[in-house]
Design a protein around this ligand. Sequence first.
Ligand code: SAM
Ligand code: SF4
Length: 354
Amino acid sequence: MLPVVADVTRDVAAGPPAEFVASAQPLRDPFARSINYLRVSVTDRCNFACTYCVPDDGVNHKTRADLCTFEELERIVGVFAALGVRRLRLTGGEPTVRAGFVDLVARLRRVPGIDELVMTTNGHRLAELAGPLVAAGLAGANVSLDTLDATRFAELTSGGDLVRVIAGIDAARAAGIEVKLNAVALAGINDGEIAALCAFAWQRGLVMRFIEHMPLSSGALYAPARELAAATIRAAVVDAFGALEPSAAERGIAGPARYWRLAAQPAHELGIISAMTEHFCAACNRVRITADGQLHACLGHDDAVNLRDVVRRGGSDDDLRRAIAWSVEGKREGHEFQRTGGGAPTKHMIAMGG
Ligand code: SAM
Ligand code: SF4
């Protein structure tokens, strides 16, 4: 039998042709991966400009009119929920800079079928927002923390305040938000801090996650010499704390992060998102929507279909369902990122939200 492959030659952006019939729910891509997790970027703006995320000459930000309104997002998320998506992550840019963000969390949390709403944030506004966000229904926050050195933090983020972000992390914990910490792993920048970041997280009972740097923005921000591979990260942890053992199976986690724990202290866990050196596309369970409503079935490719346009053209929920199914049926088998920096899409991480 011939292998099933996505038809990558078709024009995804054009949307489904009239004869396209969406297959039955729940969402499944051509490689039998169930899509049950949606990431929504609510803004392409940010109060930081991390050097590994934002190109030197900036990005062309969307206008306010380009952004999906809260009503449009509610509608789109509702159709995803009807198609079996249960878990929603809000991201950015920096999601907390979107005006009315707490209200948006409350609205999306109420969408029937959405069981869990979490976000990814740089933590800058967490201290003031943690309480209201919990009241709005936010369950978890992945907070970016690349370094514990205040000067390096300010350099890397173009002005971020480490003390303030740590206060945000602690406020979120105190408010009952499940916090995980994310560090983009970069040789020559934070490779000497792997153990310190783990210790910081573990002292607070948190999971520390390291993300291999990926080439987006046509590879402009990627440098092979900055590669800090998953195996090197694990070796640094073993050196500092002793043997690791896998812990993903017990946590029942689907998705790209692979989890490990200290053999001697199983409560101390780390995750590694190793897009570059240990591929995980076979376990992909997600799609992403940008702030202007483009549905990207894969982070590593520029293919997208605009759901906001379907709504603004007066499309029905069935039209949205067909556009979503069309995108998912075109989901690629995997990214084509190369460790040289090749294979990068033109899109920017600040617009995709991780
Ligand atoms: N502003 C929020 C934050 O920083 O957490 C959310 C958006 S940010 C784009 C989401 C995640 O992507 C962050 O953990 C960030 O460190 C990470 N990131 C940014 N650029 C990246 C890249 N080129 N490769 C891998 N991770 C990246
Ligand atoms: Fe902003 Fe997050 Fe990108 Fe840093 S990683 S510039 S905080 S969107």
